[in-house]
Structures are given as structure tokens and as C-alpha cells.
Design a protein around this ligand. Structure first.
Ligand code: HAM
Length: 420
């Protein structure tokens, strides 16, 4: 029988690279934890209707990319393609918005699934860390989220990213723009599919990557010219707060995003070293989503950063994170009796919080010391029959190569002093 492989468009995270992924997740989460965001976890699948209504019936995500299935019990579910609809669903279900402290600020970290054409940076299973601030309309909240994402990327050492910023208007001004855009688009020379798109989701036509389409879009009405006074003032305030915080951004009137729930502020973090899959993160305001999924009016804003692409961005900039060796001490027993005694020492060290590993499988000294080296441990504890007879173990400094006997009872204390 042939062996199995990871499904197309997926990959396994293995040591030592997996340590970088963990560090990236932690680096993105750290500024959120430090800014009043509480951790939320929701199921990996939801009622398919939640995404259809939330993300939008006409989006690629819903029409082409969703892993939707029916259970034996007849439930129509889908693996989550994104986190925002689920987080809002959970907050509404638990009445978090009624506890009287809006906005409800939540962060999350997990796996998401989209049936996309796989390529570098685009996978069918990927990982996001995200944040949602639910139930407040305040430009400072939009600015806060963008500033925190910027802070997260900078804490990782990333420099070659840019922030693209736009406003998509609100339910007052966007329909007016939509109609004007449709008028303009209907007069162009476009294929069947794109003509259909004009009627369902005309803003997405602006996002068409084809040269033949882009050429015709010169002179298309711009949403920025149609924003109502309230949206204009809101966007101005967001921009001013970002500028005051020293966070550089670029106005991008063509930034549309691939999900339908956005209103007003939208933004994307793009990295210049990633080729076509350059968006390392994105988000925006979604003032109407709650009502779209059956809740009360709850203006909200959030983002999700892609962990996979952030790791690729680190590689593109040649950044190696400073990840300390996970093992401090490596114990090497020589013989049966030593195995029993040293295993006891290892357990004691671990209980005391010293990161310790052990040489298993009755290896000889040479093989065991090789593993001790590989583990990155600063100290090795070696013991044979003669050491035990004297009541000591040999403590070897793996950096200097120096070795000294330490009385068994004093091992913990000695290592604590040395490791600081
Ligand atoms: P999104 O732009 O669809 O937004 O995804 C956010 C990030 O997830 C992307 O910028 C990218 O880094 C990563 N990502 C998306 N698809 C893939 C893929 N197939 N392979 C690898 N990485 C991928 C959202 O998901 C919204 N829920 C963000 C949001 C939160 N808006 C408001 N709140």
C-alpha cells in the first residue's frame, strides 16, 4: 500500500519550523491581549447559511471556495472560510452585547478553509489570528486595530509592508455610487460573466485583474466622490488618528476586499516580497453584518492576519526570529541503575520548571551526547555506575565543554543557580 500524503493545498507544520509559526501567532496576539481583547474560540464549522448571508451569496468565497457538506443527520454545514461571521454569531448567541460594556473586543487564532487554487501563499487550509471589536461606531476603534496590527508586524521585525486604506461608504451613500458605477460598467465591452457581476456585485468588477478590463475602467466613477458627509468625516478622523500615531498608510480607492459585509473603513496589509499573494492581512468595518445574520444593529470593525503569509514575509525579509532552545538540560544515563536514578532527577527538574529532556532507548554515550547537542540544551547531566556509587552526577557545560561532579541532592539547586 502506498503511504498517505497531506491533501492538495495543505501542508504540515513540523519542528523546527513550527516554532516560528507559534512565535508569529504569539506576536500578533500580544498587542491585542495588551489592549483589552479577550480570547474567543468558536467551532471549525458552522451552519452554511451563516456564511452565505454574512460573507455574501455572490462572493467567490461562498460560491466557489466553501467546503460545504450535509451531515448524516441532515444539517447543512460548512468548514469556516473566515472568522468574523462566527465570532459575531457567538457574541450574539451569548448576549455579550447586552452586558453593557460595548464594544465587545475579542481575538482569535485558528484554522480556516477555502477551496482555492493552491499556489505559494495560497492554501486550502490556512491559519489566521484575528480581532473583532463589536458594537461601537468610533473612528478611534478603527485606528486602534490598524495600529495594533502594525505594532504586531513591527515587533516581528517586518518592514517591507504597506497599509492600503479605503472607505466603502455606508447604506446611505453606497447604493448611489453602486447605481452610478453600474451605469458606467453597462456601457463597456465585457464578457457574459462580468456582465452578470455588474448586476450582482459591481464593485468587484473594479478588482478584475485583466488588462483588457482595467483599460476600460479608466474614468470609472470613484466611491470617494460619492461618500456622504458622515462617511467622509469618519474617514478623515481615522486617517488623522493613524497619522498622529505615526502609522503610514496609502489611500487606495480601488481596495474592495473579497467579502461583502464591509462598510466604511477597509484596509489591507500588503507585503512587497510575496508576489501575487501579497495580502498578509486585511479587515475593516462591518456595520450591517449583525442585522444580516438576524441580530440588532451593532456597528463593528475587525481584521485577520494570515499566519502562513506572515511567515513567508519573514522569509522574504530574511528575518530569523530569536527563538530560545526549548530544552535547558539533557540527561544521559549510562546503564540500568543510572536510568532509574536520572529519570527521577529529570522528573524533579521538570516539576521545578527546568526544561529538561532525557536520552531514551539505552543509547551509548556518543549517540546520546549527539542528541544532547541537537536539543540545544545548555547543560548535560551524565551518570554511570561509578558516579552513582559516589552519589554524584557529572554536570557538563555544553558551551565550554567543562565538566564537574555534583552531589545528587544538589542538582536542582546547582542548575537553578547556573540557569539564572
Ligand atoms: P481575508 O482578507 O479574506 O479577510 O483574510 C485575511 C488574511 O488571511 C489574508 O490577508 C491572508 O493573509 C490570509 N488568507 C486568506 N486566504 C488565504 C489562503 N487561501 N491561504 C493563505 N492565507 C490566506 C478575512 O478573512 C476577514 N474575516 C477579516 C476581517 C476580520 N474583517 C473584519 N474582521
Amino acid at each position: 500500500m502506498s503511504t498517505f500524503q497531506a491533501p492538495k493545498g495543505t501542508y504540515d507544520l513540523l519542528p523546527p519550523d513550527s516554532a516560528t509559526y507559534l512565535a508569529v501567532r504569539e506576536a500578533i496576539a500580544a498587542p491585542l491581549k495588551n489592549s483589552g481583547y479577550g480570547y474567543i474560540e468558536t467551532p471549525g464549522f458552522e451552519n452554511v447559511e451563516l456564511f452565505a448571508r454574512g460573507v455574501g451569496e455572490s462572493t467567490d468565497i461562498v460560491t466557489k471556495e466553501m467546503y460545504a457538506f450535509e451531515t448524516k443527520g441532515g444539517d447543512k454545514l460548512a468548514l469556516r472560510p473566515e472568522g468574523t461571521a462566527s465570532v459575531l454569531r457567538a457574541a450574539l448567541e451569548a448576549n455579550l452585547h447586552k452586558a453593557g460594556n460595548l464594544p465587545v473586543k475579542l481575538w482569535y487564532s485558528g484554522s480556516y478553509y477555502r477551496y482555492e487554487r493552491p499556489q505559494k501563499g495560497r492554501y486550502r487550509h490556512f491559519s489566521q489570528v484575528g480581532a473583532e471589536a463589536i458594537g461601537a461606531e468610533d473612528p478611534a476603534l478603527d485606528a486602534e486595530l490598524i495600529i495594533l496590527a502594525d505594532q504586531a508586524y513591527r515587533s516581528l521585525g517586518l518592514r517591507n509592508f504597506r497599509i492600503l486604506l479605503n472607505s466603502l461608504g455606508c447604506r446611505e451613500c453606497r447604493p448611489v455610487y453602486r447605481a452610478a458605477l453600474q451605469d458606467f460598467l453597462r456601457g463597456l465591452d465585457l464578457d457574459e460573466d462580468t456582465r452578470r457581476r455588474i448586476e450582482i456585485n459591481p464593485l468587484r468588477v473594479l478588482d478584475d485583474k485583466r488588462e483588457t478590463v482595467q483599460k476600460q475602467l479608466v474614468g470609472a466613477p470613484a466611491l470617494s466622490d460619492y461618500l456622504c458627509d458622515a462617511c467622509r468625516a469618519y474617514h478623515k478622523e481615522v486617517r488623522e488618528l493613524l497619522a498622529a500615531a505615526g502609522v503610514a498608510f496609502e489611500d487606495d480607492v480601488k481596495l474592495v476586499r473579497g467579502l461583502d459585509y464591509y462598510t466604511r473603513t477597509t484596509f489591507e496589509f500588503v507585503h512587497d516580497g510575496l508576489g501575487s499573494q501579497s495580502a498578509v492581512g486585511g479587515g475593516g468595518r462591518y456595520d450591517g453584518l449583525s442585522e444580516m445574520i438576524g441580530g440588532p444593529a451593532l456597528p463593528s470593525v475587525g481584521w485577520a492576519l494570515g499566519v502562513d503569509r506572515t511567515v513567508l514575509a519573514l522569509e522574504a525579509e530574511g528575518i530569523e526570529l530569536d527563538i530560545p532552545a526549548s530544552t535547558s538540560v539533557y540527561a544521559v544515563p549510562l546503564g540500568e541503575e543510572a536510568r532509574r536514578v536520572l529519570f527521577g532527577v529529570v522528573t524533579e527538574l521538570r516539576r521545578a520548571g527546568v526544561a529538561t529532556d532525557f536520552s531514551y532507548g539505552g543509547k551509548g554515550l556518543k549517540g546520546a551526547m549527539k542528541n544532547a547537542n541537537r536539543s540545544g540544551a545548555r547543560y548535560a547531566l551524565v551518570a554511570g555506575e561509578r558516579d552513582l556509587a559516589e552519589g554524584v552526577v557529572q554536570l557538563k557545560d555544553m558551551e565550554s565543554g567543562e565538566q564537574e561532579p555534583v552531589v545528587l541532592d544538589a542538582v536542582l539547586e546547582t542548575l537553578r543557580a547556573k540557569l539564572g
